[in-house]
Design a protein around this ligand. Sequence first.
Ligand code: EPU
Length: 343
Amino acid sequence: MPHASHAPELLDAHSLRPHNTFGFDVRARHAMKIDSVEAASLLCRDGRLAGMTQLVLGGGSNLVLTRDFDGVALIVNIEGKRVIAEDAGSWLVEAGAGENWHGFVAWTLAQGMPGLENLALIPGTVGAAPIQNIGAYGLEMGERFERLSAVELATGARIEFDRAQCAFGYRDSFFKRAGRGRFMITSVVFRLPKRWQPRADYADIARALEGASSYDAQAIFDAVVAVRRAKLPDWTVLGNAGSFFKNPVVSAQAFDTLRQREPGIVSYPQVDGSVKLAAGWLIDQCGWKGRGVGGAAVHDRQALVLVNRGGATGAQVLELAGAIQRDVRARFDVELEIEPVTL
Ligand code: EPU
């Protein structure tokens, strides 16, 4: 039997550079690595942290750090992946919040339990996935989500959240709103249906699979990986946080007016009659692709992604984002909302 766990070490002046995919060179006054639920629930009683602002960090892949952080960064390292149950229709699989998301997706496929393949290669951790309800190529994580476990930082209470309580939306959840900053997600359970149905309608994926008479989940996984590698910069080479803005949703009426002026506009009708626009297209039309401010630039293959070409600060990225928002507003009368969490 292991001994009661020791309190985690409190690190000082800790560089957050390896903990944010933009690669911003900022420091946290303190940092602590949390590798168990027990350690997470004891944080509220740790006198060393009294009065300190806390920041829960997963992979830092959806985060813009604009300056040094005067508090304690809690780096979530809780590991583990397992199949926890099965019924006639599905498998339930659970992963620790610190697990790498892509590694977890690959593992589910290796278990013969497909269903997450459209979300291959998304950077970040399992615990961060529900916060922005990651989505790509026709699937959102919320569709495969069963429940999650979290620790309330102020009380140390362990709390379970079901899907309704998470209030998932497009790149949105309770944890970006009322729950912001209050919880450390410690593990997530997914429900993977045994009767697998491919999601291969997204244009880029359909194109990558063209010619194949039939395909399995692994083929979709491979197609998603190939499309992402072709379009999206690898953050280990060129720092970024994926899409920097949400795709904006406008009313049917506003869309009609826009389309008369801009016949080529890329759009996706929504079930409620509103219309989602491709922010990347709007930004591209404004001529921003490849342009930038200092080390901060718009990626040259996907205008929705802002990159750190080297030495950029979070403030420069936000300045660039502001200039893009102004141009898109002036030309299309559309507001772009920043997607990553800024700090
Ligand atoms: N487009 C352009 N120019 C550009 C970029 C895009 O004209 O520079 C056009 C494309 O040709 C396409 C449309 O805009 O017709 C949409 O582009 P794409 O398929 O690349 O997807 P996206 O809408 O830009 C969204 C997600 C991505 C996700 C992809 C695939 C958001 C904010 N972004 O991007 O998610 O991978 O769809 O599903 O919803 C992320 O959230 O970090 C992310 C990468």
